[in-house]
Design a protein around this ligand. Structure first.
Ligand code: DGT
Ligand code: CA
Ligand code: CA
Ligand code: ZN
Length: 586
């Protein structure tokens, strides 16, 4: 699969270089979109390159991109990419991935101060010499310094949206190996945490040696750290660079091991205390009678009361099955005792996408393509919510363009059957809480997501006041990605979430979980607070391209970690109920 990743990087670099050299936005976006498509593609693109039609049949890959892919497969390089790299150094391209550095700033620092990579950038920030660059504001320099510091702290943990597909592909691969009877990933990944420290995989097999050897010699592996009979640890090659542990477990104790290695540690501790109170002892081999014997029960040949499945162990401890996302010792035991464990929302419950973009702003869909994709995914409603005018970097719509766009959406809505298409907007919440269009114009829209995009370093009190104003606005439906954070890149607003929850309830608004794995905003703990207080939640993908719809599962996992049930999530409501709620704000 490495051709896909290598090519994705090339398309990303082309996009960044084009941006720096001032190319048209659509050209930049087209290349960036191809990179996303390639990252998510489940077949090796090299196997399709003998036939251009097979490539252009993939959503998001056009004629020009297909040519570049074929060139790469045949020659190992892309001429356009090579040429761009002779005019823009690669290090300059990498800098544009840092929050606070756009293409203009990168270009300025490169031309005026010789900043050609991250290392020189760090030096120039440290010695204060960036200040001498004309037209580079003090604020920008401060932002860059903060981003660098944040990156240093945050880069070790891998984001869920990168770890989950990786773990799934490893599991799928190993499943096919001779002798394997059971296999699953465990750990923080199974609990759906937004970032993970390492990938934990458990398997049972009739042929341990073959499995261990196969795992250690996967093409993805860069280094073998431990190569034992029951445990193999490897480091996965860049760009992933994460550790993966495979543990080989006797089939009879697979459930006990899965429970143990899923964790969390806190949850496991409570389980073991519970076992002891019942005169039992729990470990990764099973639940046994607690006898006064220093030899562990599995070594004395003791027969476990339960071990094969997690369900049987929970049952023997007098508990219902606890979904992995709840295993944090944050109230799940009390809820289980009260027979009040939530029936968590699932991916299949989601029937509406209420935050999405088209080519009118920074998306890659036409309105019709967007609607058809939403329909294909089984949704009854799609809200088209392009950016508002202050989001200049995202090609936000002026008032005039918005009026025309509303007409265009209504025209498609009249034509495409089987799905409700709403004319909406993702309206910027300006620095003081005002919205980015006047009320007359807002009233013409069926649907409004109000989101913060700029000034994301405000102090907590100011930021909370700003978002409260948007929640109070009678025409708004959803507060979009409230903090504006980007995981591992940008901290975002630090908000008084309880005040926002209270206001959302009072004004009957929904708070968004932006499902994009870079955002997951609201985060799990915020969702939990909102769910407990009774606020409505929206789970939206913020789709810019076809594959973005696949990010929905990360939003659902975050919702589940926040104890969210379908009835509290507006995207899971039946059509009539949702539409009634939407119209009540008009
Ligand atoms: P991570 O990898 O940092 O995102 O978090 P986890 O939860 O995946 O932690 P990890 O990989 O260190 O261990 C996986 C699970 O194994 C963990 O959730 C619980 C279990 N575990 C590991 N070490 C211990 C331990 O010392 N005591 C107990 N009770 N459980 C442990
Ligand atoms: Ca782990
Ligand atoms: Ca581990
Ligand atoms: Zn947004």
């Amino acid at each position: 699969m490495s051709t896909n990743i290598a090519l994705a990087k090339i398309f990303d670099e082309i996009a960044a270089a084009l941006e720096i050299t001032g190319a048209m936005v659509f050209k930049v976006n087209a290349n960036r979109n191809v990179a996303r498509v390639l990252e998510h593609l489940t077949v090796d693109v090299a196997t399709l390159a003998n036939d251009k039609k097979k490539l252009t049949a993939i959503e998001g890959i056009g004629d020009g991109s297909a040519k570049k892919i074929i060139e790469y497969v045949q020659t190992g390089k892309v001429t356009e990419h090579e040429e761009l790299l002779t005019s823009v150094p690669r290090g300059v391209l990498e800098m544009t991935r840092i929050s606070g550095i756009g293409p203009k700033t990168a270009k300025l620092m490169w031309e005026k101060a010789g900043v050609t990579d991250l290392t020189t950038l760090k030096d120039r920030v440290a010695d204060g010499s960036l200040k001498e660059i004309p037209r580079l504001g003090e604020k920008t320099i401060q932002n860059i310094a903060q981003s660098l510091e944040f990156m240093n702290k945050a880069t070790e943990r891998m984001r869920l949206g990168e770890a989950l597909p990786l773990a799934e592909s490893i599991v799928e691969f190993l499943q096919g190996i001779k002798g394997v009877t059971q296999i699953a990933y465990a750990g923080s990944l199974r609990r759906g945490q937004e970032t993970i420290g390492d990938i934990d995989i458990l398997a049972s097999t009739d042929d341990p040696k073959t499995l261990a050897d196969t795992f250690a010699s996967m093409p993805l592996v860069k280094q073998v750290l431990v190569n034992g009979e029951t445990k193999v640890s490897v480091r996965i090659a860049p760009p992933h660079s994460v550790q993966a542990d495979l543990r080989i477990i006797p089939a009879a104790s697979f459930g006990a091991a899965l429970m143990y290695f899923t964790g969390s540690k806190q949850h496991n501790i409570v389980l073991r205390e519970r076992a002891l109170k019942k005169g039992l002892t729990l470990n990764e081999y099973g639940l046994f009678a607690d006898e006064d014997d220093p030899t562990p029960p599995q070594h004395r040949g003791a027969k476990p009361k339960a071990a094969k499945t997690e369900e049987s162990i929970y049952k023997a401890l007098g508990l219902p099955f606890v979904p992995p996302e709840l295993r944090e010792d944050r109230g799940e035991f009390a809820a289980a005792a009260a027979k009040a464990l939530p029936e968590l929302i699932s991916l299949e419950d989601i029937k509406a996408e209420l935050h999405s973009h088209t080519t009118a702003s920074d998306g890659s869909f036409s309105i019709e393509e967007l609607a058809n994709e939403a329909k294909r995914r089984g949704f009854h409603t799609i809200a088209v919510t392009d950016h508002s005018k202050s989001s200049v970097q995202a090609n936000g719509l002026s008032a005039d363009r918005l009026l025309k766009h509303i007409d265009a959406v209504r025209e498609v809505a009249g034509r495409v059957k089987g799905i409700t298409i709403l004319a909406g907007a993702e309206v910027d919440i300006l620095i003081d809480g005002r919205l980015d269009y006047d009320d007359n114009l807002l009233a013409k829209l069926d649907f409004i997501v109000a989101s913060p995009h700029a000034s994301l370093k405000q102090d907590s009190a100011t930021a909370t006041k700003r978002l409260l104003a948007a929640l109070r606005h009678p025409l708004v439906h959803i507060l979009g990605h409230p903090t504006g954070r980007i995981i591992n890149r940008r901290e975002g607003l630090s908000l008084d979430i309880n005040q926002l929850i209270e206001a959302a309830i009072k004004h009957d608004k929904a708070l968004e979980i932006n499902a994009n794995h870079l955002r997951l905003d609201l985060r799990d703990s915020h969702v939990r607070a909102a769910v407990e207080a009774g606020a409505l939640i929206a789970i939206d993908t913020d789709a810019h391209t076809h594959d973005d719809f696949d990010e929905l599962r990360y939003g659902v996992l975050t919702g589940r970690r926040g104890w969210l049930m379908a009835k509290q999530c507006i995207n899971a409501w039946p059509k009539a109920k949702l539409h009634k709620w939407i119209k009540a704000k008009r």
